[in-house]
Design a protein around this ligand. Structure first.
Ligand SMILES: Cc1ncc(COP(=O)(O)O)c(C=O)c1O
Length: 405
């Protein structure tokens, strides 16, 4: 290959970026370690610990010798527990051979896209979106088709927008409710409006990312597309996981329920990459799904109070506007009123990345800028952190907003 500069790295790796949310968390940690007074609001994980009964189940699994390879896409016990969960909580009937268990919800998405997306295939992603969706699609050579769901529709894609985005190359719609980063959750009627569109386009599949299912407030009732429209059951992968509701981010278990040929294709993909998810984490997940669930409501009460605190304090900050989201543990305020303003050190804020930098440098508050999620000018705050830290962070944001001219 003399005379021609050939990159050692693949084209695929060149198409993607490192996760910006992980980058913000790492930067906040670094500044903190250097002795700065930084409040990190970037991380997408509960500050609560994994419940004790789940930890005990894992310890027992180790003691009982459940320390070997398992079936590639999940143990029989776990698949049965997942079928039970889908029936009980979502009114969805799946048999164990319709279930796939993977190394985190992110891995379920990754496997499903790797198993189905060809170059030229389009995948519809409503923005603001979870940062990994477009990158995973691009890794597969597919084309993300971004549909902006703005603050005007409370960050929810409308039926007309979906209809307009569908082409004969559309393979999937990625649906995420409650949403990361906006916290927006679709009602039954809002989902029905979208599934009615999808019924008219039988070549489009639905990937429903339900990982924030249990984190909803004010009596909001969660629904998932295959439940709202049984006509989509045969072309939906209903994904979920234990990371968020069970505070098990480090255990790395995600799962999906869907048509057998897709589940088999995912198993084939997984058999040549990670093999089974950790045997111990699988045993812990059985305990999570089959065990007591009361702590979820207890923790949600705390999350709800924090959400209300943050929304109220942000709405009192000059130049900001923050809708009250239905779920997850994020808020996604608009910082439109800060753009074009000048900081006390003389810098002009041109976009939401500038705003996030200003908040970090002037006040030591780490948030993730909206461009990372495909919808500007906004930023994301994760309120999965102590109430005291949130209160102090919002006070600092108010001060930073007030100091602009
Ligand atoms: C919308 C969404 N889907 C999936 C995931 C992945 O979760 P897991 O930790 O199970 O891979 C996350 C995690 O941040 C998320 O926010």
């Amino acid at each position: 290959m003399k005379g021609r500069a050939v990159s050692f790295f693949s084209d695929a790796i060149g198409r993607i970026q490192p996760s910006p949310t992980i980058a913000v968390t790492a930067k906040a940690r670094e500044l903190k370690a250097a002795g700065l007074d930084v409040i990190g609001l970037g991380a997408g994980e509960p500050d609560f610990d994994t419940p004790d009964n789940i930890k005990e189940a894992a310890i027992k699994a180790i003691r009982d010798g459940q320390t070997k390879y398992t079936d590639v896409d999940g143990t029989k016990e776990l698949k049965e527990a997942i079928c039970g969960k889908f029936a009980r909580e979502n009114g969805l009937t799946y048999k164990p051979d319709q279930i796939t268990v993977n190394c985190g919800g992110k891995h379920t998405i990754f496997n499903a896209m790797m198993a189905t997306v060809n170059p030229g295939d389009e995948v519809i992603i409503p923005a603001p979106y979870w940062v990994s969706y477009p990158d995973i699609i691009q890794l597969c050579g597919g084309t993300p088709v971004i549909v902006e769901a703005t603050i005007a529709t409370r960050f929810k894609m409308t039926a007309d927008q979906l209809e307009a985005a569908i082409t004969n190359r559309t393979k999937w719609l990625i649906f995420n409710s409650p949403s990361n980063p906006s916290g927006a959750a679709y009602t039954y009627d809002e989902i029905k409006a979208l599934t009615d569109v999808l019924l008219r386009h039988p070549h489009v599949w639905v990937f429903s990312d339900d990982i924030y299912e249990h984190l909803v407030y004010d009596g909001f009732k969660f629904h998932t597309p295959a439940q709202v429209e049984p006509g989509l059951y045969d072309r939906t992968l209903t994904m979920n996981g234990v990371a968020k509701a069970y505070a098990m981010t480090g255990w790395r278990i995600g799962y999906g329920g869907g048509p057998v040929p897709l589940i088999k294709a995912i198993a084939k993909m997984q058999s040549q990459s990670t093999s089974n998810p950790s045997s111990i984490s699988q045993a812990a997940t059985v305990a999570a799904l089959n065990g007591p669930q009361h702590f979820i409501a207890e923790r949600n009460a705390i999350f709800k109070d924090r959400r209300d605190l943050v929304v109220s304090m942000l709405n009192q900050a000059k130049g900001m506007s923050c809708p009250t989201p239905e779920g997850a543990f994020y808020v996604y305020p608009s910082c439109a009123g800060m753009i074009g303003k000048t900081t006390p050190t003389g810098l002009t804020l041109h976009n939401d990345a500038d705003v996030a930098n200003y908040l970090l440098e002037a006040e030591g508050v780490a948030v993730v800028f909206g461009a990372a999620f495909g919808l500007s000018p906004h930023f994301r705050i994760s309120y999965a952190t102590s109430t005291e830290a949130l209160e102090e962070a919002c006070r600092r944001i108010q001060r930073a907003c007030g100091a602009l001219s």
